[in-house]
Design a protein around this ligand. Structure first.
Ligand SMILES: NC(=O)c1ccc[n+]([C@@H]2O[C@H](COP(=O)([O-])OP(=O)(O)OC[C@H]3O[C@@H](n4cnc5c(N)ncnc54)[C@H](OP(=O)(O)O)[C@@H]3O)[C@@H](O)[C@H]2O)c1
Length: 253
């Protein structure tokens, strides 16, 4: 049975990755800070799908916690076949207005933890085979504060790593969703329905995750779920950067 480790599995896209993977028969290791939510999800998945689910509570902004998750990924006795680097959050203000410690936590969760977990996973996946999914964003194609910069790092690194480690049987896929209905925006203090985003631009987590898993199975380096956002990204590449930057100021994806 394949084993998948999913970060940020207590809510939103991460919980949906865990559900769809369990539905395909994968055993799971689920990671986030909210131990209660992880245990509830684990009980649900064991009961519904008969899979094994390990709960690994961890704060991915904390060095020691990241090391524990990396150690689990590097354990050759219990190899992981699929790593989903999904945990993440947005900051409510622009860079200079956020406390610098919040920015550092943000960088650690999105970039440093993802990088450390990929490094640990590649140690056992190379040669044996495996898949890595990095949840980025369409924001990674735009310019907007450190969130875009972090997601852009994930996209650029995934593109390179997919080619480099494909030779060793490991695919690395950056998933770049637009706005998705999850708890992401409410955690940033934005009231539901008042994010200033037109209805048709919202995606549903099950569709995003299904497209992400299909792209990973095909060994794609980058996937932009839904035709709507494929068009948004294609058009944004033709426009001047100053224009896309001013549009990007409006929303959080
Ligand atoms: N929703 C969107 O519109 C959208 C669009 C594009 C990309 N994304 C990306 O999708 C990913 C998942 O976000 P989501 O929309 O599913 O948001 P969400 O519903 O708020 O879920 C975020 C998950 O990340 C976990 N997390 C946050 N900080 C963490 C930390 N320090 N250590 C460990 N886990 C942490 C949370 O768990 P705990 O709080 O329990 O730790 C939760 O499970 C993020 O990387 C986000 O940037 C979201």
């Amino acid at each position: 049975m394949p084993v998948a480790l999913v970060t940020g599995a207590s809510a939103g896209l991460g919980a949906e990755f865990a559900r769809q993977l369990a539905g395909r028969g994968a055993d799971l290791v689920i990671v986030a800070r909210s131990a209660d939510a992880l245990h509830a999800l684990a009980a649900e998945l064991r009961a519904e799908h008969g899979v094994l689910v390990d709960v690994l509570p961890a704060d991915l902004a904390d060095d020691a916690d990241v090391r524990r998750v990396a150690d689990r990924l590097a354990d050759p006795q219990r190899p992981i076949d699929l790593l989903v680097n999904n945990a993440g959050f947005g900051l409510p203000l622009q860079f200079a207005d956020n406390p610098i410690e919040d920015e550092v936590r943000h960088l650690r969760v999105h970039v440093e933890a993802s990088m450390r977990l990929m490094h640990a996973a590649l140690g056992t996946m190379r040669g044996r085979g495996g898949r890595i999914v990095n949840v980025a964003s369409v924001a990674g194609f735009l310019s907007r504060s450190t969130y875009s910069a972090c997601k852009s790092w994930l996209i650029g690194f995934s593109r390179w790593a997919n080619g480099e480690y494909g030779r060793d049987g490991v695919s690395v896929t950056a998933v770049c969703p637009g706005f998705v209905h999850t708890t992401f925006h409410s955690r940033m203090g934005l009231e539901a329905g008042k994010e200033g985003v037109p209805g048709p631009l919202w995606l549903d987590a099950p569709d995003v995750v299904a497209e992400a898993l299909t792209a990973a199975a095909r060994g794609r380096a980058v996937v932009i779920p839904s035709w709507r956002y494929k068009i948004v990204v294609a058009v944004s590449r033709l426009l001047p950067r100053s224009l896309t930057a001013s549009v990007a100021r409006r929303g959080r994806v």
